[in-house]
Design a protein around this ligand. Sequence first.
Ligand code: GTP
Ligand code: MG
Length: 491
Amino acid sequence: MKMAKRKVTSRRRAARKSPASKAKATRKPTTKKRTTTKKRVTPKAKAGRKSTTKKRTTTKKTVTPKAKATRKSTTKKRTTTRKTATPRAARKPARRVARRRKPVRHKGEFDFNAWLLPRLELEKYELHAEPETGVRDKIKGSTRYAWMGAGQCGGRIVQSFYDLGYRKVLAVNTTHHDLDLLDIPKEQKFLMDIGAKGAGKDMGRGKNAVLQYQQEILHLTRQTFGTEVDHIMVCVGAGGGTGGGSAADLIEIAKRYARYIGISEPDRRVGAIMTLPAIGEASSPKVAENAWKLATELSEMAAARQISPLIFIDNDKINKMYSGMTVKSFWPSINSTVAGLFDIFNRLSALSSRYTSFDPVDYHSIMEAGGCAIMGLTTVPKFRDKYAISDAVKNNLAKTLLAGGFDLATAKIAGCIVVAGRKLIERVKGLQENIDYAFDNLSEITGDATIHRGIYEDGRDCLRVYTIIGGLAPCTSRLEELRTRVAAKAR
Ligand SMILES: Nc1nc2c(ncn2[C@@H]2O[C@H](COP(=O)(O)OP(=O)(O)OP(=O)(O)O)[C@@H](O)[C@H]2O)c(=O)[nH]1
Ligand SMILES: [Mg+2]
């Protein structure tokens, strides 16, 4: 027994001296158990094992004693690392954490410590707005809009959205007279007091007013809109001094607010709605000049994708299309129709269809495409005719209340949504083909723009088509017309 004990001790000592002898020593005590295994090893396999041992010896020769010591500890650690199977990049910190905390992990268990990322120096400086609801909307769309209206026109347009249930609206003006007439909560109106009642078509005054009160306006946007906003629209009437002069700086404030609440890429999520004056109004050189200046400035911003989208409402076109309206109903009818048209796409994209859904992502890609956007809707009486729906799509873009004169071939992206009565959807044979033909035709007109489709059913007994086109180049013909008016007056 004593002899055997001494033998083992000497073997252990030898094992400590060199890893090779260690391997030998460890192999012996287990010899008995492994006998069967050893017997099974073929001479070829033996030879193979020998050559491996040799290779190992060569590597060992080049290793310095210091490195040896390190390798010993590494070998032990490697066993732990292999068990956790962490990715390469994370191995180092994993080992360090494992050594410090000595976690007890089971095989296959995920090592969360290995994924603890270091805190970045600038992280603590990140802007972080506490979640605030602000005023609550009363509509359900796929996008939470906030509206800023300047001047009388801007204020009335945002009120139309307010009436639909978009409650995150703010109206600013240089005169309380216009603000008093708006039927929105007084906390959502702001008087930019410049000592005069209105800007008197002087765009410089409108600009100075918004610059003077930018902090107050920014504060009010945060208070009114809160943090639950996806897209901000600035509404103004081109031609006036307050709205026209303040539009560009209000857009800047909207972007600052957007950044503050954490909206990424504010250039894609701040847009504008701008009216163009009717011919009668534009016969005033000041109005024509103001309108041309603002329309050009905003068109350039849209083309450079600094705002998205830019929507024109052409008062002249509306005048011609809907002649005979009463004074009382004129602006309210126009504004509510425009707001309603805008709202339809936001609402439709929030609904799912059992046929083809116009998804929120589809809608957002159009609204964030930069450039100008137009929208239209039309009812198709002869939907059984193969070409009727397709023709309606073309016509509704021409008939839209919004400005015409756009080159549809410059469009980047569009949406075409058919809403048909439940009975029509169930019973009209060939309707699917007719709808598909219309979709394909729109794709052709728009120079192969991406067309997002939607087919919905409702309880009515008719078929309507809604079209929205985004990423359009500015309507140069209308801008040119305004410019020639300015030039003619100057002569
Ligand atoms: N679509 C639409 N256009 C409007 C409405 N009110 C005014 N406009 C147009 O907007 C243009 C600018 O008018 P205002 O909004 O009154 O001008 P303002 O911004 O108040 O500027 P100042 O009166 O000079 O201080 C007008 O020339 C009209 O063409 C409206 O309710 N709807
Ligand atoms: Mg005014």
